[in-house]
Design a protein around this ligand. Structure first.
Ligand SMILES: [Zn+2]
Length: 304
């Protein structure tokens, strides 16, 4: 079965507090519809509805300290309790100890070995690769998993040719932040339909979105609300074109759901699963912590 994994960095399940939590304020009608009127809040879980399920997932995995991106994403990619093995959470970028887990054990490596089609759907700009080549930038855990599996990271020509999607969904950032004045720009619902169309070409597709973690660190309420309202429109377009298979939306740690702190939070993260009721029941049966995501994805994709 096909799985699209929509990874949102730094999204936890918070309290219904409009002072601190953008999810208590953002207008997200598509998400509300999937959740029978609920929002992405702690008290909305667990939920199993007609089209979607929402569970609270533990990112702390029994290890002291606040969850971090390198170990969190590495757990999502491998299913291994890396913080427990190392004795700490680590991030944002993987150190050598974390990177050592991202060779053969990741979903990408394992799917490639099984001749399943897998891809990371983000397009990365030239300056990203310049940073890697010059040693100024380290791969984060997800792209490192992709290149270690021998898969390409998509580039600007893939974006222009419609084979990949901009990290901000719409492509506007390529024009305003990156200086590509001819970059294709799509309205959010169109970007969601595009994401669905691209994912249909693969058994396992992943898209990573990190502006959410950034907004959390910056404690920007209006920006955070805007990002999630855009995301909701993307989700609406995506669900419109999605027919079979599962969509998973989850995160590596909390952050943006509590703007009273600029640090990550200890909150559980959401696992939003969209698809047929029976396949969702199977997929969500063992979902309790970040280590349970990779096995669930593996089982779903390998099932014919
Ligand atoms: Zn962060």
């Amino acid at each position: 079965m096909r799985v699209l994994f929509l990874f949102l960095d730094g999204i936890g399940l918070g309290e219904n507090n409009p002072e601190t939590n953008p999810f208590a304020r953002a207008q997200m009608p598509h998400l509300n519809e999937l959740l029978d009127g609920r929002s992405l809040l702690r008290d909305a879980t667990p939920f199993h509805g007609e089209h979607a399920s929402l569970l609270a997932i533990d990112p702390a995995v029994g290890v002291n300290g606040l969850p971090q991106s390198a170990t969190g994403q590495a757990m999502l990619m491998t299913g291994i309790n890396i913080p427990a093995e190392l004795g700490y959470h680590y991030g944002p970028k993987p150190n050598p100890a974390v990177a050592a887990y991202l060779k053969e054990a990741t979903l990408f490596s394992r799917f490639v070995k099984e001749e399943k089609k897998a891809a990371l759907l983000n397009a990365y700009p030239p300056r990203y690769f310049d940073g890697i080549d010059s040693g100024k930038r380290l791969y984060s855990s997800i792209p490192l998993s992709v290149i270690n599996a021998g898969l390409p990271l998509f580039k600007h020509d893939d974006l222009f040719a419609g084979r990949a999607l901009s990290a901000d969904f719409t492509g506007q950032g390529w024009r305003t932040m990156l200086g590509f004045r001819e970059a294709p720009v799509m309205a959010p619902p169109h970007a969601g339909r595009k994401l669905g169309a691209l994912a249909k070409e693969y058994d396992f597709a992943l898209f990573e979105y990190w502006a959410s973690d950034y907004a959390g660190h910056k404690q920007e309420m209006d920006n955070a609300i805007g990002l999630m309202e855009t995301f909701d429109e993307v989700l609406g377009g995506l669900v419109d074109v999605w027919s079979d298979g599962l969509i998973l939306v989850t995160s590596d740690h909390g952050n943006m759901e509590d703007l009273s702190t600029r640090r990550h939070t200890a909150a559980d993260v959401p696992a939003l699963v969209i698809g047929q009721r029976a396949t969702r029941a199977e997929f969500t049966r063992e979902l309790r912590s970040l280590t349970d995501i990779a096995p669930a994805i593996w089982n779903a994709v390998m099932r014919e």
